[in-house]
Write a protein that binds this ligand. Structure first.
Ligand SMILES: [Zn+2]
Length: 800
């Protein structure tokens, strides 16, 4: 195989990703396309008809970003397109595209050009061979007719055969042995591989790269492949535009999926080389759909495990052996069955959980946990990790294993993994990091990977994949370790210059109004000021809890999520686990949305109450004993927990927590909201807010007095500062809102003495023996709730 230099190939691959419609409109302005289904569009061919041919035989393919004309057989990538339109040779066309679309090319040497020409020669030969074999297949003679019949039986019509350019080569020896050798058509033992087989071509960006020869009479081996050519990963030219893709082993499974409009990558056999894993990096979901035989099942699971958590294993429905069989036996149901199979697909962890649930043997369950579950769990972000630990602890409960010991076990394993990884990197100090001075945020770069966006001293933005801070090279955390949707770098950079804080404020008001009905218009201003404050939290001294309080079905979750998805680094939490709340706060500086039915009870149960009490104030740290064996004073680690939070709960919150929160009693909604609240829908606002952060990172907020005395004034002052800085005309409205909240609080307080006692009696009702309660018990419980604030005496309780 002839390979161009790595650097050059990479740039060319990037250039080949410039959308083909854009290239058409740039060099052939006015070209109009008609939709032709499944990501195809057609137009009149500029090449053989001068734009006037009747049939519109030229197709462009969104998936592979390529074109092909069924009239004159011209086709290929955007480079081939520019070569034809502007009558340039390959290197000129690449250079032209690079200049026009802003790519920088490495120096083009005569050696590169020589290699490139040789490669082009082979490609042209291959193209000719494929065309000839295709024409042969379409003729009406007994051999080709039998071959076509075999393809029809597989579910492919003549139209499909034409589309995929399948061919047939009846010859037993080549006409031109030299050419056949160049194409790899001569086998290791000197035989001519095609010999009466169906020729199946594979393309990359519209140019042929590989072949398979299928013996349709069932002779073994059924498939032969060119000799001396590295097996490619077929179908990866469609990957850039796909979020999800099927990974199949069989040639016809691949074409079946493509024909039905799914994205597919084919490994041509059960082995996917690890070198190829990188090609799959940007995909969100990989459905592994290997055959239902032993090898297929085994390798399918192995891949699902290696590509965890993005890979899911498809169970092929309907007692058939592969995807192509499904099309043959139930052609009308194919799409539905595939969609159902997608819904039922399981990731490696689910599959292992099933195995644990099935076994009755404690030792076996534990071995599965240790050998299979742990390595997978350590790949998950902290939220998903928690869910998985909960599940597995239920499965292991019958064997007397407690959740707390699982937690410790996982922590130890992760620490161990970290150490071995460090050894591999030969002690290079790359430290994953989510926070350092000047960091605007972790963003997604053009390749979908996390990167740092940094504000420099001269107020310009730099996008980088590492940054030296105090002699240590910091790198962004892995994508899998980030449980929120990252803002895209280019969008943030664009908004940094073009956006305006006051307009952004208005758009955020609209956004929240589109999500929920709040008890009062003024609350929208509160939400928007709160949104902004999450982005400059390190400049502020306090962060008030937004507390959404209501019975179920009043849109609490919807409202909370709406705010969370525009907030900086928003993470949704439905169960409280001390270690992950602390880690998310300390390491990732997240905004948290606690969506928990009875928050106060859960806080006590999980020992997270100090986090909640402290989190609203800058500098807050909570101690945790992590290394008991180190002895007193050395066993404790302090974690920073300051950060923004939203709380949604069905039960009331009381004690010191109450004074740290701004309460919203959600009313039954009159309006019926049908739009979905998703991170994606909020992404562009998030990107604009990230740009807002960049604009303000080196600036000072205006000084303001507390808008109210006491704690309420402390927690609302930061929001007031923001209003003053970016929307001064809303200052009065905001002040009115704080006054109203204050009045509400006062009226509540007068009821609260009786109420507190009643609440406590309710709380401790399980401790009541007989029909009376000791005053002392109540007082203790009240003082528990009141924490460090004014303690009650027994006399006071007694009087009430
Ligand atoms: Zn044409």
């Amino acid at each position: 195989m002839i390979e161009l230099s790595q650097e050059y190939s990479t740039i060319i691959e990037q250039i080949k990703e410039i959308p083909i419609e854009t290239v058409f409109s740039r060099y052939l302005p006015g070209t109009s396309f008609k939709r032709a289904g499944n990501g195809k569009h057609r137009t009149r061919c500029f090449q053989h008809g001068g734009g006037n041919e009747k049939d519109a035989s030229l197709f462009i393919y969104e998936n592979t970003n390529s074109f092909y004309c069924f009239g004159c057989s011209c086709g290929g990538s955007v480079v081939d397109l520019v070569m034809l339109i502007l009558n340039l040779d390959f290197s000129e066309a690449v250079k032209r595209l690079a200049d026009d679309f802003g790519y920088e090319l490495p120096v083009w040497t005569p050696e590169t050009e020589e290699k490139r020409k040789q490669k082009e020669k082979v490609t042209n030969l291959l193209d000719k061979y494929i065309n000839k074999a295709h024409i042969t297949l379409m003729t009406n003679r007994p051999g080709p007719e039998a071959a076509r019949e075999a393809l029809h039986k597989r579910g492919f019509t003549d139209k499909d055969i034409k589309e995929f350019r399948f061919g047939f080569d009846p010859r037993n020896k080549p006409d031109n042995p030299e050419e056949a050798q160049a194409l790899g058509l001569i086998g290791d033992k000197g035989g001519f591989l095609p010999s009466g087989r169906i020729v199946i071509p594979f393309f990359h960006h519209g140019k042929p790269i590989y072949l398979a020869f299928w013996d349709f009479n069932g002779k073994e081996p059924k498939y032969l492949y060119p000799s001396g050519v590295v097996k490619p990963l077929v179908g990866i030219d469609g990957i850039k535009r796909a979020k999800e893709i099927f990974l199949v082993e069989g040639v016809f499974d691949h074409f079946t999926l493509i024909k039905e409009g799914f994205n597919s990558i084919c490994t041509l056999g059960v082995n996917l080389k690890e070198d190829y894993y990188n090609n799959l990096n940007n995909l969100e979901t990989i459905y592994v759909a290997y055959d239902a035989d032993e090898a297929g099942r085994r390798e399918g699971f192995r891949l699902t495990e290696s590509l965890f958590p993005r890979a899911k294993l498809i169970e092929i429905p309907g007692n058939v052996k592969d995807i192509n069989d499904l099309l043959k036996t139930q052609p009308g149901e194919f799409k539905t069955l595939i969609d159902e199979a997608k819904d039922n697909a399981k990731d490696a962890l689910d599959i292992i959980f099933n195995d644990i649930a099935k076994t009755n043997n404690g030792n076996e369950a534990l071995t599965l946990f240790e050998k299979k579950v742990i390595p997978l769990i350590t790949k998950l972000d902290i939220i998903k990790q928690d869910i998985a630990v909960n599940k597995v602890s239920k499965l292991l409960k019958p064997y007397g294993i407690k959740k707390s010991s699982l937690d410790i076990f996982i922590k130890e394993m992760m620490a161990k993994n970290k150490n071995t990884n460090n050894d591999e990197e030969e002690k290079e100090d790359f430290q994953p990091c989510a926070d350092f001075p000047g960091l605007v945020d972790i963003v997604e770069d053009d390749n979908g990977n996390p990167a740092f966006l940094v504000l420099e001293d001269d107020n310009t933005l730099t996008l980088c994949t590492s940054r030296e801070v105090d002699g240590i090279i910091k790198i962004p955390p892995d994508k899998e370790a980030i449980p929120w949707l990252l803002p895209r770098a280019q969008e943030v950079i664009r908004y940094f210059k073009s956006d305006n804080d006051s307009i952004l404020y208005d758009d955020l008001i609209k956004y929240h109004k589109n999500i929920s009905e709040l008890p009062d218009e003024k609350f929208y201003d509160l939400f928007v000021a709160w949104d902004f404050h999450t982005y400059i939290i390190e400049k502020l001294n306090y962060s008030p809890y937004i507390w959404l309080f209501a019975r179920p079905e009043r849109g609490k979750s919807r409202t909370g999520k709406g705010a969370l998805y525009v907030a900086r680094r928003g993470v949704h939490v439905e169960s409280l686990r001390d270690s992950y709340i602390i880690r998310a706060s300390n390491d990732l500086k997240v905004t948290l949305f606690f969506d928990v039915l009875d928050l106060m009870k859960k806080m006590e149960k999980t020992g997270t109450d100090d986090v909640f009490l402290m989190r609203y104030e800058r500098g807050a740290k909570v101690p945790r004993v992590n290394f008991p064996d180190r002895g007193a004073l050395r066993d404790t680690v302090y974690y920073e927990v300051f950060g923004p939070s939203i709380i949604a709960t069905n039960r009331t919150i009381y004690g010191p927590m109450e004074s740290r929160a701004l309460q919203l009693n959600m009313q039954p909604a009159i309006k019926n909201f049908t739009n979905e609240v998703t991170p994606e829908a909020a992404l562009s606002l998030k990107e604009r807010l990230t740009a807002f952060r960049a604009r303000w990172l080196n600036k000072k907020l205006p000084e303001v007095d507390k808008p109210m005395r006491g704690r309420l004034g402390d927690i609302t002052r930061p929001l007031f500062q923001i209003i003053k800085a970016i929307k001064p005309e809303r200052e009065k409205i905001f002040r009115d809102l704080i006054n109203e909240i204050n009045k509400e609080r006062k009226s509540k307080k007068s009821e609260s003495v009786d109420a507190t006692i009643l609440k406590v009696i309710d709380e401790i009702s399980n401790k009541i023996e007989g029909s009376y309660v000791y005053v002392d018990t109540i007082t203790k419980q009240i003082n528990n709730i009141l924490n460090d604030e004014k303690k009650w005496s027994n006399t006071r309780t007694g009087i009430v």
